[in-house]
Design a binder for this molecule. Structure first.
Ligand code: COA
Length: 257
């Protein structure tokens, strides 16, 4: 078992605070943040921000574990890949008041927040977030860096592709397949399969806007759409930015036709 002395968290964000709090509750003795906004950001609440990702890569050997606490799925995925390539010990954090079946399999770099429930035979890829009070029932399969937002409920045997986002309070019917880079809106009810890179919302969930073609989530898929230091504060800003990118692309393509 990994020794729980020093934990590095990449991403001094709102989600970063939640991750640091879980780390303290499960016994990590020291938490140190890294963020590309350093040195203008040198503290995060009562935690120190020590440097940028490049500096973390240099310091890796001084840490017993590393977690990426960036809400944007595409950016989190890119940073995880970079850390893994440098041999970082990516750890999974589970809040002591989350319920995770011993028959579930969580890959490194996942974060499970208070009140979440993950049932038997669920399989999570690296870097997934199962947020406060979200539930994943038996046999669900999540790809890399999926985020199941607070209070979302995913029924049994659901497949969710890489970097998809299940919005706050959404529900997903059993057996459904959700593609990669999909964004499911807050409160949506997903009752059928969803193709890659769609944004869907409503009850039952339907594609937003024109209802056809790529939408917000393909911007969400591309880490280059978020410049370092732009994602200050809430993770919602990342989604707003992705939505703005989508609107811009739609406006541009309409102007071209
Ligand atoms: C679905 C979502 C991504 C769309 O964002 P967006 O592209 O910026 O959409 P807009 O806010 O411009 O809204 C576009 C239209 O869709 C509607 N809409 C947006 N989100 C909706 C939702 N969740 N359910 C139903 N309708 C929705 C808006 O009312 C608007 O309708 P209108 O054109 O008739 O006025 C976003 O609203 C959402 O639900 N995000 C999830 C937030 C979340 O889960 N956060 C968790 C943080 S941990």
């Amino acid at each position: 078992m990994t020794s729980r002395r020093r934990l590095a968290i990449l991403g001094a964000s709102g989600h970063g605070k939640v991750v640091a709090d879980i780390a303290a509750q499960v016994g990590w003795r020291e938490v140190v943040f890294y963020d590309d906004a350093w040195p203008s950001r040198s503290r995060h609440e009562h935690w120190a921000v020590r440097g940028t990702l490049a500096m973390l890569l240099d310091d890796l050997r001084t840490f017993d574990g590393v977690v990426v606490a960036i809400g944007h799925n595409g950016v989190r995925d890119a940073k995880l890949e970079s850390l893994a390539a440098h041999g970082a010990r990516l750890v999974t954090l589970v809040h002591p008041r989350a319920i995770v079946s011993p028959l579930a399999r969580l890959s490194p770099g996942c974060v499970v927040v208070a009140g979440a429930v993950i049932n038997a035979s669920a399989v999570l890829g690296p870097g997934c977030i199962v947020n406060s009070g979200a539930t994943l029932d038996h046999d669900c399969r999540l790809g890399r860096c999926v985020h199941v937002a607070p209070g979302a409920n995913v029924a049994g045997d659901v497949d969710i592709g890489h970097r998809s986002w299940i919005g706050v309070g959404a529900s997903v019917r059993q057996g459904v397949t959700i593609g990669e880079g999909v964004m499911v809106g807050a409160g949506a009810a997903v009752v059928g399969d969803i193709a890659d890179h769609l944004t869907v919302a409503g009850v039952p969930a339907r594609p937003l806007g024109s209802g056809s073609g790529p939408t917000a989530a393909d911007a969400d898929d591309d880490p280059r759409t978020v410049a370092p230091g732009e994602r200050r504060g809430s993770d919602d800003k990342d989604m707003d930015r992705a939505a703005r990118a989508r609107r811009l692309r739609l406006a541009t393509s309409q102007g071209e036709s």
